[in-house]
Design a protein around this ligand. Structure first.
Ligand code: SF4
Ligand code: SF4
Ligand code: FES
Length: 256
């Protein structure tokens, strides 16, 4: 395990790979067909300042809309996950503006009325399912909005669990719904008002409040970068990758 370096953010171009035309900001570039959209931008000389985060399909920062020349359809994806195609015409959408709806979770009940009060636009859903088709995470977006309308808050929470807040659903919705916020409210309500409180979480919060980790955290923020790397790469007790040992624990249990 020691010394493994992950190269997920570096373009690895196989020898002799075919190059395909891709249109970025309206300009044609020849791009190796193995690259993701994100890497294609970099290969063409662009630098990501907005619209790029985890590079691993988790943060939702890299929403992409594209067409293939000659095809009338609009396609959606994450730039860090979608591999380029011949004659792809790209447009990046770094974020979606939305109006924040402030609420105090402690004073809310997990009901249809709550959802409709905070996000009244959900009642205007026309059932077109465009949101579901736009979702790069294959989430049943329309279904979770319908669950919110019916007051089935837990179903809304479960269906929206994989949402990465990319906003592509919102970009297409004729009812102007910010689906990801609706899902997030449902998940917060489910955690706060539907699920049983987890005893082990309570115990962990008490441990944190008692200052158990303070000395360790302070030390981590004070040591040099080299020492931090040494501890992370050389000294760290590596957890097993793809292991069936679900109950794996490090030998040093001081910080568990
Ligand atoms: S895109 Fe909007 S209106 Fe259409 S199904 Fe989804 S939530 Fe409803
Ligand atoms: S539900 Fe919407 S915001 Fe969430 S991942 Fe799917 S398209 Fe993106
Ligand atoms: S950069 Fe985070 S999902 Fe693509």
């Amino acid at each position: 395990m020691k010394g493994i370096l992950l190269t997920g953010d570096k373009p690895v171009i196989p020898e002799g790979v075919k190059q395909v035309p891709v249109y970025i900001m309206g300009k044609r570039y020849m791009i190796p067909e193995t690259l993701t959209i994100q890497k294609a931008f970099e290969y063409a000389g662009y630098r990501w300042i907005r619209g790029c985060g985890c590079r691993g399909g988790i943060c939702g920062a890299c929403s992409t809309v594209y067409r293939i020349m000659g095809d009338h359809k609009l396609y959606f994806g994450l730039a860090c996950q979608t591999v380029v195609k011949e004659n792809m015409v790209l447009a990046q959408i770094p974020f979606y503006p939305y109006k924040r709806r402030l609420h105090d979770i402690e004073n809310l009940e997990p009901t249809a009325e709550t959802m409709a009060k905070i996000y009244p636009e959900i009642m205007k859903c026309v059932g077109c399912n465009t949101c579901t088709r736009a979702c790069p995470m294959d989430i049943k977006v329309m279904d979770y909005i319908n669950a919110a309308i019916r007051g089935d808050i837990e179903r809304c929470a479960r269906l929206s669990l994989d949402c990465i807040l990319c906003g592509l659903c919102t970009s297409r919705c004729p009812a102007q719904i910010t689906h990801y916020n609706v899902g997030m409210l449902a998940r917060r309500l489910t955690g706060a008002k539907i699920f049983k409180r987890a005893d082990h979480l309570k115990a962990r919060v008490q441990e944190i409040q008692s200052g158990k980790y303070e000395k360790f955290m302070r030390e981590l923020t004070e040591i040099s970068e080299d020492e931090l790397k040494r501890r992370y790469v050389e000294e760290r007790e590596w957890e097993p990758l793809n292991s069936k040992e679900v109950n794996w624990k490090p030998q040093d249990e001081r910080y568990l």
